[in-house]
Ligand binder design. Sequence first.
Ligand code: F0G
Length: 460
Amino acid sequence: MMDRYRTIIEPFRIHAVEPIRITTREERLAAIETAGRNLFALHADDVLVDLLTDSGTGAMSRDQWAAIQHGDESYAGSPSWFVFLEAVTALWPFRHVIPTHQGRAAEKILFSVIGAPGKVIPNNTHFDTTRANVEASGAEAVDLVIAEGRDPSALHPFKGNVDVGALEALLASRGPDVPVVFVTVTNNSGGGQPVSLENLRAVRAVCDRYGKPLFLDACRFAENAWFIKTREPGQSERAIPDIVRDMAALADGMTMSAKKDGLANIGGWLALDDDALAESCRNLLILTEGFPTYGGLAGRDLEAIAQGLREVVQDDYLHYRIRSTAYLGEALDAAAVPLVKPFGGHAIYIDARALLPHVPALEYPGQALAVALYVEGGIRGCEIGTVMFGRQPDRSERAAAMDLVRLAIPRRTYTQSHIDYVIEVVTAVADRAADLRGLRIAPPQPVALRHFTARFLPIT
Ligand code: F0G
């Protein structure tokens, strides 16, 4: 019945509302000036539509809030731990599940154990905290996504795929230095692009030839599974949990941020099959996160995640999720705004370098565009470009590979009218893109991770 109509409705009704404070352009100009034109420094009450991240910013369901009331805060062996364990292993039947307070805590523990100077860790594309945790261990992080995954306009159904030939070459030349092969599903840093089952099988085969474990950075696994169902030959009739279990069967372990496809506001885990490695990781867990049956979480968080995992694999939810992201992309594309294509699962990326060709990369076109979207309509996106990646270890500066603005969509949070408003605002800013000017960083420059704290000045 539903298929006769074009409109994909949100598969939920609103149960509790959060007010959005409507601001004027003058108020936003004052707020962004106070924030040093850095969107991370804004008071979130001054934001109308917050597309900074899809991480931990989604709405929980009635049943997740109800599950929170079942939270049992026993230090050891809480019933909530067993509920969590059952929900995780129903999709990811690894022998060991180690709960953490978020994804990067799982990364920190794993790479502290298996990373070291001289080691190298391949991934399709490391997310920035993943790369930082690999490098903090002294190891080297190498990105081996297929060529299409580096080109914003190349069309490929699985742009997150690993370049299997490049992986094979790395293992042939440096095999003994590789403790693990990672694949990120979906490939966030490459635009939220999926990885096919066929590619995962090919990666598995190479790992088997060299005797290497394969781990998934599975933050957006359900969105990846939906792309497999809708794009990969022979998958369309399959249930999402079965596709997820296929992904799991190809891997030896995973890191996870429950702030994405756990549909929760906090949480994560590390899961794996290797008994000895699990024991080393649990020993570190106890030092930094907590006892192994709660990790970095309260019992109530474990319950919310368990229920989130049951909801995130439902077809109605994923259909709406992926379609509503594409809805924003299609409308901006029709308005000739340059975008990363095809559209990823959790975000739409505007190609700021293409939209602002008169602003050199070292004058931060992505930041200039992100500031303009905020001033024009109170929309907060995130620069992913030369501000984030341009600074070199020797403190010199280089243009990043791309200058993008990410509009990340929190899960189940904004309605179609919010997105229609975003479309209007972005289109209006794009129409006068030629008037936008670049920015420079006010001295002194932050020493590290400057995109979080730098202050910017207009170039006049
Ligand atoms: N891996 C990927 C692919 C991610 O996107 C993130 C977080 C993490 C790991 C780390 O998880 O935040 O729970 O520690 N990405 C967020 C983002 C922050 O905005 O893309 P975490």
